[in-house]
Design a protein around this ligand. Sequence first.
Ligand code: GLU
Length: 482
Amino acid sequence: MNDKIVTRFAPSPTGYMHIGNLRTALYAFLIAKHADGTFILRIEDTDRERLVEGATDVIIKTLEMTGLSYDEGPDVGGDHGPYIQSERRPIYKKYAELLVERGAAYYCFCSKERLEQLHEEDSNGGYDRHCRDLTPEEIQKNLAAGLPYVIRQRMPLEGSTSYVDSVFGEISIDNAELQDQILLKADGYPTYNFAHIVDDYLMGVTHVVRGSEYLPSTPKYALLYDAFGWERPTYVHLPLLMGKNEDGSVSKLSKRHGAVSFQDLVLDGYLPEAIVNYIALLGWCLKDSEAEFFTLDELKSVFTIDGINKSPSVFDFDKLLWFNGEYIRKMPFEDFKKSVSPFIKTALPENINKDLMLSLAAGRLNKLSQIDDMISFFLHLPAYETDLFLNKKNKVTLENAPVILKAARPILESLDDWSNDTLYSALLPLAESLGVKSGAVMWCLRIAVSGLSVTPGGATEIMAVIGKNETLSRLDTAISKF
Ligand code: GLU
C-alpha cells in the first residue's frame, strides 16, 4: 500500500443528501485532506430498482456548495474511472469469477420461487446454501443450458472473523452467523457488498469511512479482501446520528425530527458553511479544546481520526439554528445580501433603504427564511394599542408619550438629511427640553414607527429605513391613538 491516504465518498444516488451522508463525505474529505491525500467521489448505483433521476447531480451540487471538492470523480475524471458503478459492470464479473476459481465464491442457480419459498418458511433463515457444493459437472451443465445464476460468497462455517476499526476497536463475528451473500446478481450487476470492495481496491482507497451501520457486515468484506489476497483498508466507522423525540428520548435521525437533508436545510435558510461546521461536530471534537467554530480550511488542518467519538451523537436543531445565526452575523454584508435575497418574497417599496434594513435584520436573523417576518414591520405598520408605549425603565406613561411624539414631529419634519446620524443628533436635545430621559424619547419613537416593542435596530435606524414620509405618517397614526 502506498503512503498516501486515499478516501472516498460512495453515496447511492437517492435524490437527496441526508445529513448523515454529508457528514460521512465531510469526514472522508477531511481525513484525506489533513494528510494531503486524495478524496474520491464514486456513485454506487448498482441497485437499479432504486434509481432516481437527477440524483447524481444532487450529490455533485451538494459537494460543490459545501466545498468538499474531490480529486477524482464522475465529472472530474481521474486515473481510476469510471466512477459510476453501473459503468464498471465488466470489472465486477471478472473479479467474481476469480473468486469462484479460488473457491471463495460459487454459482447459485436457485430460482426466485425457491428462494421465496425458503423465505416464507423462515424469514430469518437466509439462504440454505443449496448450491454451495454442486459438482463441476452440474455447474457446467447449468451454465451451458443458460440457466440464470448469481454468484455467492462462500463463508467459512467455523471460527470467527475479526477486524480492528479505528473508532470502535476490534469487531469480531462468529463465521457461523455469516450468510453466503450474493456478490453478483442475475442481472449481471454486483451487489453493494461486492462492488465496493473491488472498487476500493482498484481505486487505491486506504481508509474506508462510512456510517456505523456497516460495522457488522465489515467482517464479510474483510474476508473478501483476504480471499483476493489484498491488504485490508483501515476502517473508520462513524457514530450513529440521532434525533430528539418530543418525549425527550432519542432515535435514529429521520424526517420526523425535522429537515434532515442538506437541500431542505438550505431551502429553510441555513448556510452551507454553518451546516458543515455544525455537522463536523456531530461525532468529532478537537482534543483538549472547547473550540466549536471552524472553517473548512481550519478543519482540514485540525481534523484527525482520534478525535472521532464512538458514542451516538444527537442532531440538535436549536444548536444548528444558533450556529447559523452566528454565521449570518459574521458574513460580509454583500454576501449576506446575495444569500438572503431569494428569501424575500414581499415586494419592497422603492424609497425604502434596503441596505440598512437588511443590515439591521442580519443582526437578528437565525436563518434566512425568517427574513420576511423580520422585515414586515418596515413595509406595513402592524396594529398596536397605546399600552405598548408604557415603559417603566424609561418612565414612559400614557400622559408623557403623546407629548414626546408631538414635540418630535416638527423636528423631524424640518430635517432634509434623513440619515441615522442626523436623525439621532436632531432628536437628542428633545429629552432635555422635555425633562425626560433620552431613552424615553427613543422608546416612544420606536414604538410609533414600528408598532413593536422588540425590533432589529433603534428608532432612528428604523426611520432611516422607511424614509421621511412614512415616518411622519406613522407618527401621525401614533398621535391620533391618544
Ligand atoms: N453506497 C453506500 C451508502 O450509500 C456506501 C457505503 C460505503 O461507504 O461503503 O450507504
